[in-house]
Write a protein that binds this ligand. Structure first.
Ligand SMILES: Cc1cc2nc3c(=O)[nH]c(=O)nc-3n(C[C@H](O)[C@H](O)[C@H](O)COP(=O)(O)OP(=O)(O)OC[C@H]3O[C@@H](n4cnc5c(N)ncnc54)[C@H](O)[C@@H]3O)c2cc1C
Length: 246
């Protein structure tokens, strides 16, 4: 993407550093901290990884939308979330798993919630001298989940929905993306989700909460009202895919 922006003369960097050959940024492993993913892991590698497919399925599915199959060989998860564009698929999936980011500069390392990364369209909270080195999903047993995306005829995202829940069914996260500068995040208490309730009751409650909480943007791609309706449908479909029901 950076290369495309240079070709279009949108940016003029003095130096360009290719980080894709740094082994430490290419690992996917389970550690004491959870599931750790190097920031230079590509979209193709995410989809092929047994750990990601089994323990972070919403991310594996989101990676399958990160451009076409050829692009996915070069798109990195670190770059995908760092461009801060609403339509990118990595951040909603990571936020649905409460992912943390390991961020380094030459002097120090800090850990920040993935939900704090994007602060505006194309803007992140990273310092000019900082890079994301790892993504940490803080659930060693992984999460079940899925990811849904609705595109217009020109293949531009209208809305996306990432849903993840812990294997023990204690936590449920729903994240709605592509409708505003940063994704909307909901946990089970915000959603009114009852693990012992029926799927229809739960979906009704979730759709109501989503409908009254999100304030989508209107632009040349879609109106706010259309984005809201699509978001509700995507979330409802994703929940039914995971939990059953009509
Ligand atoms: C035509 C096209 C369609 C696309 N469609 C989609 C889509 O539908 N959904 C989707 O999710 N993606 C899509 N993508 C891909 C998406 O744009 C890329 O994921 C994104 O541009 C990052 O690419 P990259 O990993 O090559 O990063 P680069 O282009 O190398 O970097 C992008 C920016 O992030 C910074 N950066 C890179 N790595 C890090 C890091 N570890 N820490 C901090 N900053 C970093 C760079 O300095 C640069 O400013 C599409 C791309 C193209 C070209």
């Amino acid at each position: 993407m950076l290369v495309n922006m240079m070709k279009e003369r949108m940016v003029f960097p003095e130096y360009v550093i290719d980080i894709k050959g740094i082994d430490e940024l290419k690992n996917i492993e389970i550690t004491q901290r959870g599931i750790e993913i190097g920031s230079a892991v590509t979209a193709t590698e995410l989809q092929k990884s047994g750990i990601i497919r089994e323990k972070c399925p919403s991310l594996a599915k989101a990676a399958s939308y990160m451009g076409d199959k050829i692009l996915q060989n070069s798109v990195t998860i670190g770059g995908n979330i760092s461009i801060g564009m609403p339509s990118t698929d990595g951040l909603p999936a990571l936020m649905s798993m409460d992912a943390l980011l390991e961020v380094k500069n030459i002097e120090r390392t800090r850990i920040m919630p993935s939900s704090d990364l994007v602060v505006g369209i194309g803007k992140t909270s990273l310092g000019i001298d900082e890079m994301i080195t790892k993504i940490i999903v803080p659930y060693k047993d992984g999460l079940n989940g899925t990811y849904a995306k609705f595109l217009n005829a020109s293949e531009v995202a209208i809305a996306t929905a990432a849903v993840s829940y812990t294997v023990s069914k204690g936590k449920l996260r729903v994240v709605v993306g592509a409708i505003s500068a940063k994704p909307y995040y909901f946990d089970e208490s915000l959603l009114g989700w009852k693990w012992d309730g029926t799927i229809d009751e739960n979906v009704r409650s979730v759709v109501e909460v989503i409908g009254s909480s999100i304030k989508p943007m209107s632009d040349a791609v879609a109106s706010a009202e259309y984005r809201k309706e699509v978001s509700k449908i995507l979330v409802s479909r994703a929940l039914r895919e995971l939990f059953g029901g009509e």
